[in-house]
Each structure stands twice: as structure tokens, then as C-alpha cells.
Design a protein around this ligand. Structure first.
Ligand SMILES: *Cc1c(COP(=O)(O)O)cnc(C)c1O
Length: 393
């Protein structure tokens, strides 16, 4: 179906941070499957894990235990604030699970009849009906109504607006069950969360006994230089979701929570493919490699290098760019209010020079390379954007 406006490029193979098209043209891949290929392409640890797992056991059913699922769950709870994990296949599905868990908690623990989940404008939570409703961007919802009941939107990073929304919603009867946010808004324009805002939200959730849900689908798994995006904000969510980077490009999602809010009972929620030994075995290899190769330190160093390089581009082309923002290896080059250029123009110019980038909305160019990216590759990316800009201005 015509669901994607694709670039006229057919990709055939990849290695590390590079991919090649069917004409043999090489590209530096700073899209990484949209913040997904944690270890880049054809990483030996992934090749070994995929090969071993398909030979051993790839899928059974959640009727049985498998070691891979147990070990991945163990790794995740040992490296996050969560105690419990539910495995599924994508970010939207993980968020659906979080929404269901929060609603059940509202009904059975908080005694709320009609629970409301507050989400932010410019957020992105997925493409299923519940998650496009949670997504605070009308362009994703248009023509798909009726949407799901039970969501309310507030501007991101605005504590006054949040206080007002809660007061309004709770008027006579307590209704707000959860607040669901990204630690840094990815699709919505690479907008980092504000420290005080998130700390105040944590306090509100504690005071009211409601749940804080972090959508870590894009920023989790080391992308920000910490395992989880919320670590940049000095808070712990009650529930969080992971997907994109978790399997290094093999489809897998996870919904994690603290034990106090794990109200799911056998039969409440399920997924046929979720957590199968293939996906969890590969994700476990990705997690261990992240740790063994010290990739968090690389993400921090390469992130600084990238922001500094992009900073010089902002200075040089100050008419067209206003700022660089982001954490670790999720960064946005923001187009200025005055320029006629849109992010797609910069993406196209960079691709013509051999660098793959992805827009985050019409005015932000997103940089999400594999976490294994080298210093030389960051330098090359900056050179290419400079060359690309000379073709645009
Ligand atoms: C990509 C994304 C999703 C949706 O994930 P899918 O795997 O495409 O369903 C949800 N939340 C955030 C923050 C994302 O970036």
C-alpha cells in the first residue's frame, strides 16, 4: 500500500554504520532504521545470536518458559528501575500494554470508573487506534475517528498547564489515572524534557497515587548515553516501554513496570509472538554487547562531538538553522523560523552526498546513528552536511 513516501533508493547491504544501494553507492547511515540498529549493520554479535538461535529454538509459545526470555527480562530489570516485564513486538504494542495496565490499575486499585491518561502535544506513541489517540498530533488522527476515549493533552514541559489540566479533570471526581510522556520527544522534533518539569510530575504522581508512564521506545536502550531516557531527568517512571533499539533491528517490544502496579493476572494480556526465544535471544545479545563494548561512553563522547560539529554548521548557516538539541546520539538540527528550507530539503541534499538522515517534523533534521558510530564517521557526516549545504544555498 502507499503508506510510505519513500526515497528513490533501494538498499541492499550494510556493515557497521554504512549501507550500500543496488547501484553500489555507499551511504553513511545516520538513520539506523530510525533509532533502531543499536549495533549498526551485520555486527558479529548479532550474526552469532541470530544464527545460534534459529538453529536452537526460534518460537514456541508463552504456554512455556524459555531461557532466553527469562534472561532478557533479568537483564532489563537489573539495568532499569523496573521489576516486571511483558514482551511484545513493537513500540505501539508496548504502549497498548502500558495503557491497559494503567487502566486496570485505575479500576482495581484507584477505584476510578472512567480513567484518563494525560499525554503531551507533539508526542508520538504509535499507530494503533489507542496509540494514535495517545499521540498528541492531529495529523496522525485525521480521518481515523472515532478515537479512543480516555486521553487528555497538555503542552510538553509546561507545569502550569499540567496543574490546570489535573484540576479541571479531577473537578468533582478523581479521574486522572496516569501521565504518559517521552523523556525526550523524538518524532515530535527531538525536544528534550525539562528536569524540573519531570521532577514536579514525579511529585504529583506520588501525591495523587497515579502512574507515571515513560515511553522509552525511541530514547531507551542507551541512545541518550544512559540506558534509559528518564535517567537524564533524575526520575523513575512506574511503567515504561521499550522497542526500537531493544532488538538492534529485530522486532521486539517490552512493557516494564514496578511490582506495585503489576496488576495483570493470567489471561489479562498476551501476544503470540511476544518474547519468543528468537527475538529475546537476539535482544539479549544486543544488551550484553552494549555493556561489553562500553557503548554508553561512546554515545556520550560521539554525541558531544556531533553536537559541536553541528554547532559550527548552525553558526555558518545561521540564516537557516537556529539550534542543535538532543542527548547522546539522538540530536536534532533545527531550521530557523525565517528560512524557506524544510527538513526534507536538508535530508535530500545529504543523501545526494552519501549521508542518510531522517526528518523529525518539517523543521528538524534528526541524527540517530548506530551507537557504535566512530569519531571518524561523525567527522565525515559533518563534512557531508557542509557539502550538502553548499548545494542548497
Ligand atoms: C517509534 C515510536 C513508537 C512506535 O513504535 P512502533 O514500533 O513503530 O510501533 C512509539 N513511541 C515512540 C516514542 C516512538 O518513537
Amino acid at each position: 500500500m502507499s503508506t510510505y513516501a519513500r526515497y528513490p533508493i533501494t538498499l541492499e547491504k550494510g556493515e557497521g554504520c554504512r549501507v550500500w544501494d543496488t547501484d553500489g553507492r555507499e551511504y553513511l547511515d545516520f538513520v539506523a532504521g530510525i533509532a533502531t540498529c543499536t549495533l549498526g549493520h551485520a555486527h558479529p554479535a548479532m550474526i552469532a545470536a541470530v544464527t545460534q538461535q534459529i538453529q536452537k529454538l526460534h518460537h514456541v509459545s508463552n504456554l512455556y518458559y524459555t531461557q532466553e526470555q527469562g534472561e532478557l527480562a533479568k537483564w532489563l530489570v537489573e539495568h532499569s528501575c523496573a521489576d516486571r516485564v511483558f514482551f511484545c513486538n513493537s513500540g505501539a504494542e508496548a504502549n497498548e500494554g502500558a495503557i491497559k495496565l494503567a487502566r486496570k490499575y485505575a479500576h482495581t486499585v484507584l477505584g476510578i470508573q472512567s480513567p484518563i491518561i494525560i499525554t503531551a502535544h507533539a508526542s508520538f506513541h504509535g499507530r494503533t487506534l489507542a496509540t494514535i489517540t495517545a499521540t498528541g498530533q492531529p495529523k496522525y488522527q485525521k480521518n481515523f475517528d472515532p478515537l479512543m476515549p480516555g486521553f487528555y493533552y497538555v503542552p510538553y514541559n509546561d507545569i502550569t498547564a499540567l496543574d490546570a489540566a489535573i484540576a479541571l479533570l479531577d473537578g468533582n471526581e478523581r479521574q486522572v489515572a496516569a501521565i504518559m510522556l517521552e523523556a525526550l520527544q523524538g518524532e515530535g522534533g527531538v525536544r528534550p524534557g525539562n528536569l524540573e518539569y519531570f521532577q514536579r510530575i514525579r511529585d504529583i504522581c506520588n501525591e495523587k497515587g497515579i502512574l507515571l508512564i515513560a515511553d522509552e521506545v525511541q530514547v531507551g536502550m542507551g541512545r541518550t548515553g544512559h540506558y534509559w531516557g528518564y535517567e537524564n531527568l533524575g526520575i523513575e517512571p512506574d511503567i515504561f516501554t521499550s522497542a526500537k533499539g531493544l532488538g538492534g533491528g529485530i522486532p521486539i517490544g517490552a512493557m516494564l513496570c514496578k511490582s506495585f502496579c503489576d496488576v495483570f493476572q493470567p489471561g489479562d494480556h498476551a501476544s503470540t509472538f511476544g518474547g519468543n526465544p528468537f527475538a529475546t535471544g537476539v535482544a539479549l545479545a544486543v544488551c550484553k554487547t552494549l555493556e561489553q563494548e562500553g557503548l554508553l561512553a561512546n554515545v556520550q563522547a560521539r554525541g558531544e562531538q556531533l553536537r559541536s560539529g553541528l554547532g559550527t554548521i548552525v553558526q555558518q548557516y545561521s540564516q537557516h538553522f537556529s539550534e542543535v538539541r538532543g542527548w547522546g546520539l539522538i540530536n536534532g538540527l533545527v531550521l530557523s523560523g525565517d528560512t524557506e528550507l524544510v527538513s526534507a530539503d536538508v535530508v535530500k541534499a545529504a543523501a545526494a552526498e552519501g549521508l542518510l538522515l531522517v526528518p523529525a517534523g518539517p523543521k528538524v533534521v534528526r541524527f540517530v546513528p548506530p551507537l557504535t558510530v566512530s569519531a571518524a564517521e561523525i567527522d565525515r557526516a559533518i563534512e557531508i552536511i557542509n557539502r550538502g549545504m553548499t548545494t542548497l544555498v
